[in-house]
Design a protein around this ligand. Structure first.
Ligand code: FES
Ligand code: FES
Length: 182
């Protein structure tokens, strides 16, 4: 066991962890931060994305010991004082269906907007390319990120106009099953 000290969502923790413990498992199983989910066994899906010292990382690719002394923000720490603009935009632009990818998508999007406050559609797609969604076809996710960007810049007069209305929300009961821990 190795002792680590870490701040997660604004709270300090001192814990003993096995050197092989992944950050995502530490967050979920030791801290109960189950808002961060596991969607694959292959470091591909991005569902587990958190911020480590301000940068988006796939928490299944980081050992808990690597977070020693670091500041971690999970989806549970985002919008603690009300919905974050990115969370709000995903809701308003129908950027989710089953919602399994959403925590990771939001964490990746916040990181993207920190680096590029006014991304084009292509830049959004590039920025979230490490995050997979099995439901939405990505169109509304891109709209949501650009809508959030406009809101955060202070010129949020409405959704980006690309000539298409946002499709109606799909019946979530019909969404395909996503493998992983809930
Ligand atoms: S669970 Fe981490 S990338 Fe899929
Ligand atoms: S909404 Fe993205 S995986 Fe279902």
């Amino acid at each position: 066991m190795t002792r680590i000290s870490v701040r997660v969502d604004g709270a300090s923790y001192d814990d003993d962890v096995e050197p092989r413990t992944l950050l995502v498992h530490y967050l979920r199983e030791q801290l109960g931060k189950v808002g961060t989910v596991v969607g694959c066994d292959t470091s591909n899906c991005g569902a587990c994305t958190v911020h480590l010292d301000g940068e988006a990382v796939k928490s299944c690719t980081v050992f808990a010991v690597q977070a020693d002394g670091a500041e971690v923000t999970t989806i549970e720490g985002v919008g603690q004082d009300g919905l974050h603009p990115v969370q709000k935009a995903f809701h308003e632009m129908h950027g989710l269906q089953c919602g399994y990818c959403t925590p990771g998508m939001i964490m990746a999007s916040i990181d993207l907007l920190g680096e590029n406050p006014d991304p084009s559609d292509d830049e959004v797609r590039e920025g979230i390319e490490g995050n997979l969604c099995r439901c939405t076809g990505y169109q509304n996710i891109v709209r949501a990120v650009r809508h959030a960007a406009a809101e955060m810049r202070g010129d949020g007069s409405g959704p980006p106009t690309d000539g298409h209305a946002a499709p109606a929300q799909v019946d979530t009961a019909a969404a395909p099953h996503v493998v992983g821990q809930a």
